[in-house]
Design a protein around this ligand. Structure first.
Ligand code: DP6
Length: 337
């Protein structure tokens, strides 16, 4: 056999306690731990085909050749399949807007690593012995570390439900804290802009480290926030999780805003959604917001008020689309048939 092919699917994840900052840029190790929700209904599907017939890697995203993202994807494949690997054709499909702060790189790199690793294991005649031995020994954590080396948040999409990532001594540790079925949280996403984000999160966090006077206190306080969030999750304490998550999100955005030049991902729609969520909270609704490196607002709520949260956010000026999801499963291989 001269080719090896596999397809995998991964769901994006939404961080409640955020990753912002790198401890080691060359290995892409995060400076802080993080805690996230893996979604159920949004996905990226990646088909990876290695073949000795290809003379270079080729990436297509939703049917279009994607040159910009290719070097990062090729580097990730080198890590999974060795730098002497055959070249690959990679096809990515996504059912939500890419690069608009909806964690598309998380689901993309998680799916890429899972598909590439599976493909390597299928055709021993085109990979070197070292790669074949490495592939055979990889567990989910090893795959998460490879995904994290490509994009920090991608490591979390290897796992389902509520996921915690710890910085670890030499590499990250990441695992499910609570299974998706154990606490049926809902995530309502208000899309306030469909365009690509202005500054990539990786570049932005390096800028924050260099220039924000708040960066060091952000790092110092993260363990405390993680501890509070972890205990809130273990006790299914929505109120406690809401308070620490909003606080952590606003701290991350304060670090961004106080970077030089400032990094501002929000737009008017973002602020209007936050206000609408505050009004719901004042009316006694269990709901809270979080935002990442983009203007979209994610409202975390419960099954019984999900319809109300969706209806309220859909009426906010500047909201283009509303999506909603429960908590979902880990990245997995799809049957190509
Ligand atoms: C704001 O994982 O995209 O979404 O490691 O440079 O690829 P790189 O960064 P990335 O950063 C995500 C930042 C965030 C917060 C989070 O998801 O924890």
């Amino acid at each position: 056999m001269e080719k090896a092919v596999a397809t995998a699917q991964a769901q994006p994840n939404i961080a409640l306690i955020k990753y912002w900052g790198k401890r080691d840029v060359s290995r892409n190790l995060p400076a802080v731990g993080s805690l996230s929700l893996t979604l159920a209904t949004l996905w990226t599907r990646m088909k990876v085909e290695f073949s000795t017939d290809f003379d270079r890697d080729c990436l297509q995203v939703d049917g279009e050749v994607a040159v910009d993202m290719l070097p990062r994807v090729s580097r990730c494949l080198d890590q999974v399949a060795g730098s002497n690997r055959p070249r690959a054709s990679i096809e990515s499909h996504c059912n939500f807007p890419i690069a608009a702060g909806l964690a598309s790189s998380a689901s993309a790199f998680a799916a890429l690593v899972v598909a590439a690793n599976k493909a390597c294991g299928q055709a021993s005649d085109i990979f070197d012995e070292e790669t074949i031995a490495a592939v055979a020994s990889r567990d989910t954590l090893a795959l998460a570390r490879l995904a994290g080396a490509a994009s920090g948040s991608a490591a979390r999409s290897l796992f389902g439900g509520i996921v915690e990532l710890a910085t670890g001594d030499d590499d990250i540790d990441v695992a499910t804290l609570l299974a998706a079925s154990t606490w049926p949280l809902r995530v309502v996403v208000a899309v306030t802009e469909r365009g690509h984000k202005s500054v990539a999160s990786g570049d932005a966090m390096i800028l924050s480290e260099k220039s924000s006077p708040f960066y060091s206190s952000w790092i110092e306080n993260q363990d405390h926030d993680l501890e509070v969030a972890r205990s809130a999750v273990n006790d299914r304490d929505f109120e406690k999780l809401a308070t620490v998550s909003e606080h952590n999100c606003l701290k991350m955005h304060s670090v961004m805003w106080t970077s030089r030049p400032p990094i501002v991902y929000w737009n008017q729609g973002t602020l209007a959604c936050m206000e609408a969520i505050r009004d719901l909270q004042s009316a006694g609704q269990a709901v809270f917001f979080t935002m990442d490196a983009g203007p979209q607002v994610k409202a975390i709520c419960q099954p019984d008020n999900e319809a109300l949260v969706m209806q309220t956010l859909s009426e906010v000026d500047g909201v283009e689309t509303i999506m909603s999801s429960g908590l979902g499963a880990a990245a997995c291989i799809l049957d190509d048939a």
